[in-house]
Write a protein that binds this ligand. Sequence first.
Ligand SMILES: Cc1cc2nc3c(=O)[nH]c(=O)nc-3n(C[C@H](O)[C@H](O)[C@H](O)COP(=O)(O)OP(=O)(O)OC[C@H]3O[C@@H](n4cnc5c(N)ncnc54)[C@H](O)[C@@H]3O)c2cc1C
Length: 381
Amino acid sequence: MDFRPTDEQALLRRTVREFAETEIRPHVREWDEAQHFPIELVPKLAALGLMGIQFDERHGGAGMSAVDYCICIEEVARVDPGVALSLAAHNGLCAAHINFFGSEAQKQTYLAPLARGEKVGAWGLTESTSGSDAAGMRTAAVRQGACCVLNGAKTFITHGRVGNVMVVMAVTDRSLGTKGISAFIVEHGTPGMSAGKKEDKLGMRASDTSEVLFENCRIPADRLLGAEGQGFVNTMQVLDAGRIGIAALSVGLAQGAYEAALAYSRERKAFGKTISSFQAIQWKLADSATRIEAARLLTYRAAYLKDRGERTTLESAMAKLYASEIAVRMADDCVQIHGGYGFVKDYPAEKYFRDVKLLTIGEGTSEIQRLVIARRVLART
Ligand SMILES: Cc1cc2nc3c(=O)[nH]c(=O)nc-3n(C[C@H](O)[C@H](O)[C@H](O)COP(=O)(O)OP(=O)(O)OC[C@H]3O[C@@H](n4cnc5c(N)ncnc54)[C@H](O)[C@@H]3O)c2cc1C
């Protein structure tokens, strides 16, 4: 067992951190206020390999490991969790689904431009009446000759408006339950597909979120992604990997909030002393530093197992659950340590506080992670 990053990983962290500090930090507030998805940043993200972090170089990717992926997401999230969420949805959901289950032709046609950052990816599972209970989806795909016709609506889709390529889950045979759900690749601009309402969000506002509607949307039958009827099972596998990314995002956000709180506690004076000299503040910092390290280790363990090709359902759920919940606590402590200044936009604390709540909801709520963990724990002999 070796807990140290390799020299290459240390360099990767420094490189992504420097990029986030220079290219993202100056715009964080502006993008948040305008609810602007920074499409102009995509070529720069791509130049660093961040649009195709874990994919093969022959598919346009940077060929990095799952642990490297965590480092990248963490460092972007430390500065702007909204941009990190976009990276996680693009890499960890849309492109990953095509990478795991696409044919070679689909990888060349769709994965490679996504990985090179020429296109932005979206992934549609959730609907207005089915989130946690994803198998209750209503969107349907009906075969008509050489085409499939999609009808339905997806809700809360990251890059629903700005994405070029979307992986969509739809019912192909309702009588088969979860075995009657299939995945399809749909290109934005296909007649019958349109972006619906853009969500006005509490946080993560630099990440585009909207409805996506399908009305008699005809796509060639060869856009089926993976085997027919395997869409739901494959989705669970995509989420096992995706949740490691959300765990890394949580660690990065918590790290950013912790650093902001630490720096402020060293400057702010009360009763003639810096507030960092008060034991009440020191304990908050000590507990925070400890929790962040524990979350990071759980996250890297899940990533390490994924790199070894092992199934990580349990480890991913544990990492996602713990990291997102300690991040919520860290963002709360960050506001508390800032006092009144934590409540205004001149300091980063209030934004971390707004952004963080998505992390216990997206890619499976905390309740669903506990359900996954409990099932696995109870199945042990
Ligand atoms: C900003 C943002 C971006 C998103 N991006 C995407 C995306 O790109 N693609 C996509 O497909 N989806 C996306 N989502 C959707 C997200 O994954 C869902 O919101 C999430 O899975 C929860 O589903 P829901 O909102 O329908 O809540 P519900 O499932 O209705 O849950 C409501 C509450 O009930 C609880 N609950 C539900 N079932 C159980 C149970 N069995 N036991 C205990 N408690 C339960 C939940 O934990 C929650 O507290 C995004 C959401 C947001 C807010």
